[in-house]
Design a protein around this ligand. Structure first.
Ligand code: FDA
Length: 283
């Protein structure tokens, strides 16, 4: 059964680029940068993976044509990681060739812990070849991130730090929110000290206030990093960031395969569930 899109519209900008474009333009007008994400994950056949590579390439061309201030995020399982590693790498490199030609940027989102090692490995291979055109994500809740963050900082990688959105066991990931926040702070410090431009992705005021105070106290300029949030959440805060001289970027997902993303948003915050329930009763 396909659920009606109206349920997801708070978190997803539309089912097509055409639907998402005016929303991106509106945010760009407010000096907020964008990361567009064509939704989907865990592609199981080559035909779909090939079509996805083409859709990502089309997206890069559409962004250029529409002159949007936007880069893109991708998931390696959309490029065939579950089918074959080297096939996925070929797809990633094909996409990155076009990315480089267009002076664009692709961020590889981080998926569940089964994919962490291979995602980091493929990122490093891509980074050697494509440098500033590719970035990665680190999830503060994973125990292993302590090592990963040092390795990625050492090579000057472009890292988005987030808490982590998947359900992971205590053997693999921190479960307590305060502990996750402490890890997040530790890794953010490393990124701020050792990498050119960290991307700080959170809606959490405790972390946001800490980042503002830490950078201020340590003479780290507002132009040395950016705050990132998800589409549909705290837009007014993003506008305030811009007014206060911080860089702000909103991650804007779109596409027909919105259900898994939508479900993660509902699972992480009960207020999001209430919003969806209220949508159901709107005329
Ligand atoms: P969290 O949901 O933990 O909330 C903490 C506190 O923040 C709340 O108690 C409240 O005080 C405040 N808060 C949260 N939402 C609010 C709201 N709407 N209004 C007011 N206050 C609010 N994950 C992943 O595994 N891989 C990835 O690649 C990415 N990529 C990514 C990109 C971007 C741009 C973002 C913002 C996030 C991701 N994530 C992700 C998701 C991330 O891992 C995490 O699941 C969510 O951001 C939720 O954690 P937060 O720190 O944002 O707040």
């Amino acid at each position: 059964m396909k659920l009606p899109f109206v349920l997801a519209k708070k978190f997803v900008a539309g089912e097509s680029f055409t639907d998402a474009k005016p929303k991106v333009e509106h945010l760009n007008d407010k000096k907020i940068k964008i990361t567009l994400d064509l939704l989907g994950e865990n592609v199981e056949d080559r035909e779909t993976a090939d079509a996805t590579v083409q859709s990502y390439i089309d997206l890069i061309n559409s962004i250029k044509e529409a002159q949007l201030e936007s880069n893109i995020s991708i998931k390696l399982t959309m490029l065939g990681l579950d089918i074959d590693r080297s096939y996925c790498k070929d797809n990633l490199f094909k996409l990155l060739e076009v990315t480089r030609e267009n002076d664009q940027f692709v961020r590889i989102d981080m998926e569940g812990s089964d994919y962490t090692q291979v995602t980091i490995d493929l990122f490093k291979e891509a980074y050697k070849e494509f440098g500033k055109h590719v970035g990665i994500v680190i999830q503060a809740y994973l125990h292993r991130s302590k090592n990963d963050i040092h390795e990625l900082a050492k090579i000057g990688a472009d890292v988005r730090i987030c808490k982590g959105a998947y359900s992971e066991s205590k053997e693999i990931a921190l479960q307590n929110m305060d502990a996750i926040r402490e890890a997040y702070k530790e890794y953010t410090k490393i990124l701020l000290e050792e990498t050119p431009y960290p991307r700080i992705a959170t809606h959490d005021d405790k972390l946001i206030e800490w980042v503002k105070a830490y950078t201020n106290e340590n003479g780290i300029g507002k132009d040395r990093f950016e705050f990132q949030m998800l589409y549909g959440l705290r837009q007014e805060t993003m506008e305030t960031f811009v007014e206060d001289g911080y860089n702000a970027r909103i991650y804007v997902p779109f596409g027909t395969m919105w259900f898994p993303y939508f479900k993660r948003r509902l699972m992480e915050r009960k207020e999001n569930i209430w919003f969806v329930i209220s949508t159901m009763f709107q005329k």
